[in-house]
Ligand binder design. Sequence first.
Ligand SMILES: Nc1ncnc2c1ncn2[C@@H]1O[C@H](COP(=O)(O)OP(=O)(O)O)[C@@H](O)[C@H]1O
Ligand SMILES: [Mg+2]
Length: 254
Amino acid sequence: MTWNNFEEFKNDVGKYPEFVDVALYIAENVAKNFYHYDSEVKPLSYGTKGRTFLVDNDRKVLKVTTDQNEALRAERIRGKHAPGLVGYYDVREITSQHDIFQDHYVSLMDRLPKMLVDDPFLHKIFDTMDDEYHFDTGGMFDSDLYKMTEKQLRKNIPIYFEEKFDPLGEWSTPLSEYTPEEQKRIVQLVIDIIRIQKTMAKFGIETPDLINKNLGFDDGGRLTFFDMGYGREGEGQKTIRKSPYVIERFSTFK
Ligand SMILES: Nc1ncnc2c1ncn2[C@@H]1O[C@H](COP(=O)(O)OP(=O)(O)O)[C@@H](O)[C@H]1O
Ligand SMILES: [Mg+2]
């Protein structure tokens, strides 16, 4: 369902602005009036600062957020070659005559076909490594690995993890005891985590919320990070570099 203006929307779904689903209204209007998608806008998830919606026949995700840092980061990588990070098409701040829309941002991005949490094996491997390295607070593997090409990584990761890798968390099962197929997947996961961390460093995304829930796989099956917001309130706010880009506005938003 779409509405021509906010009054119509209020009459339809709620009388009082504070009870009105502002994010849904923004998503519907942006999808219809600015991106000109005729397909249904489908709510996908709820978060503390953001909501996501499927748009463009479920091919893209439209995120509505009040997290300005998230929008600034998304804008920084929009249209850029950023391996391992989700592709953004558009990032904007909403401006409107209605106060209720203040401080809302939208970003339009690729929809990843699969989430890490939906892959039980890699999800568990990721969590095991995360317990050791704490990726969400910037934790990294041995720094030598970050200087290697992917070809070199494929050769060296098995050596690096030979002694200390165990998905059950006991750190006793060497990598070589996994099936060849599992070993390949573990090595690729490490390669992809390194790829994401290198891209984040390149774009100055310093304290990413690099957790299992914010990772998925792209069309080629490679691990991809998609949530540029802070998961933890306030953390890292002081270290954010201001984007040199001005976020464009939907200034005609009614
Ligand atoms: N680009 C995307 N492709 C597929 N699913 C996505 C995408 N972005 C978000 N989602 C889904 O929506 C959920 C919430 O999105 P996220 O950006 O992590 O929001 P929050 O800020 O609430 O954590 C994700 O866990 C995922 O299931
Ligand atoms: Mg998230």
